[in-house]
Design a protein around this ligand. Structure first.
Ligand code: SF4
Length: 392
């Protein structure tokens, strides 16, 4: 028997590819289902654990395949229970995965690229530039690692009978998921598959900065809940905050949202809006937003999620004051638009939105950042860069 020189990482395979892989090994399709359950429902990585597979298959797999997620570089838990892992994806690149526990659910925020080419002005990930796309194994491996690590920590059995820790997934970590389309969709399909995580489409949210043609493709290939990083109420402002807007301006983005909705598992689009002091947070901006989603050619059913900005010195931007955020939310709500203000989580471990950074790439820069942060705190008070909670 030939010994393969490289081992195949089975985390790279969705349901169909696993069937094809088993077929190439001379195995029946049901073996693929068994294998998938062992990997994604029991968190197994050793083939000798997979006791209902024929011994001959286990031996074949042991010489040809592995189940390997990115190695954990660090693992921090915040005082509010938020847990952040920094994962090594090779060649000095690292990505972050964040688990946010809430009363009735556990949400995992996962990354799809190392770095990001979109370079939004308020995002520290964008500041490090684009390094590379993640593979399917590196994307789904974040869910695989986190689910079973959380269970191990709590002493919960692996397997479908053990209490599920991650009930929701949001693709809102590092990277623009729609610029890494195929691996992202393959990973989504594994999340939704009943022989893997069996998550409902409503509980999986993909967040995009607005890659219009790929929103259309997603509607056809794997519609999940859609969030759009809007952050501005007109093209001039959005061009400066989200540079991708120059390619896909607001009227095209709104039209693609409308085209997406008939396939979507929810009957609205979530618009994310980062609240930036004096930049996009005036009453006039709120009124423009209402006009944008209500009075275009066709209204866009939507919900707004206002995100208090997490300042970082290089951005030159500040978080809107709390009363301003409340007033802004009120204008939207008075127009009948469901509006929430995100409670920022995990600030003490830098896991808050827009802080999923590449600090491992350059630890010196982090030191600089920390020093600048201290200076800013001196200047703007102790609450600068800290968690704010705004009753809605
Ligand atoms: S906000 Fe998202 S799309 Fe924009 S630079 Fe950051 S990671 Fe990229």
């Amino acid at each position: 028997m030939d010994t393969p020189t490289t081992l195949t990482n089975l985390l790279d395979f969705g349901p169909a590819q696993l069937v094809a892989y088993c077929d190439a090994l001379g195995e029946k399709p049901f073996r693929a289902k068994q294998l998938q359950r062992w990997i994604h429902q029991f968190g197994a990585s050793q083939f000798d654990q997979m006791t209902d597979l024929a011994k001959s298959l286990r031996e074949k797999l042991a010489t040809r395949a592995v189940v390997l997620s990115p190695a954990v570089i660090s693992d921090h838990t915040s005082t509010d229970g938020t847990r952040k892992w920094l994962l090594d994806v090779g060649q000095g690149n690292a990505v972050e995965t964040v688990f946010i526990p809430e009363e009735n659910r556990g949400t995992l925020c996962i990354s799809t690229q190392a770095g990001c080419a979109v370079n939004c002005r308020f995002c520290s990930t964008g500041k490090q530039g684009f390094n590379r796309n993640l593979t399917v194994a590196e994307i789904i491996g974040q869910l695989w690692m986190a689910e079973f690590e959380l269970r191990r920590t709590k002493g919960i059995d692996a397997g479908p009978k053990g209490e599920r820790q991650i009930t929701n997934v949001v693709m809102m970590g590092m990277g623009e998921p729609l610029l890494n389309f195929e691996p992202t969709v393959a990973a989504l399909k594994i999340m939704l598959d009943d022989n893997a995580y069996g998550l409902s489409r409503r509980r999986v949210t993909l967040s995009t900065s607005g890659v219009v043609p790929m929103i259309d493709r997603l509607a056809h290939e794997c519609p999940v809940a859609l969030a759009v990083s809007l952050h501005a109420s007109n093209d001039g402002l959005r061009d400066s905050l989200v540079p991708l807007n120059r390619k896909y301006p607001l009227h095209e983005l709104m039209a693609s949202c409308l085209r997406y909705l008939p396939s979507a598992p929810r009957d609205f689009i979530t618009f994310e809006y980062c609240m930036l002091d004096g930049v996009n947070d005036t009453d006039q901006h709120a009124r423009e937003l209402i006009a944008l989603v209500r009075h275009g050619a066709q209204p866009v059913p939507c919900k707004f999620n206002l995100i208090p900005f997490n300042p970082f010195p290089e951005s030159g931007l500040l978080r809107s004051k709390n009363p301003r955020i409340k007033a802004f939310a009120q204008i939207l709500m008075d127009a009948g638009i469901v509006t929430t203000v995100r409670k920022t989580r995990g600030d003490d471990i830098d896991a808050a939105c827009g802080q999923l950074a590449g600090e491992v790439l350059d630890r010196t820069r982090v030191q600089e950042r920390m020093q600048k942060q201290a200076q800013y705190k001196q200047k703007f008070g102790d609450n600068f860069g800290r968690l704010v909670e705004i009753p809605t």
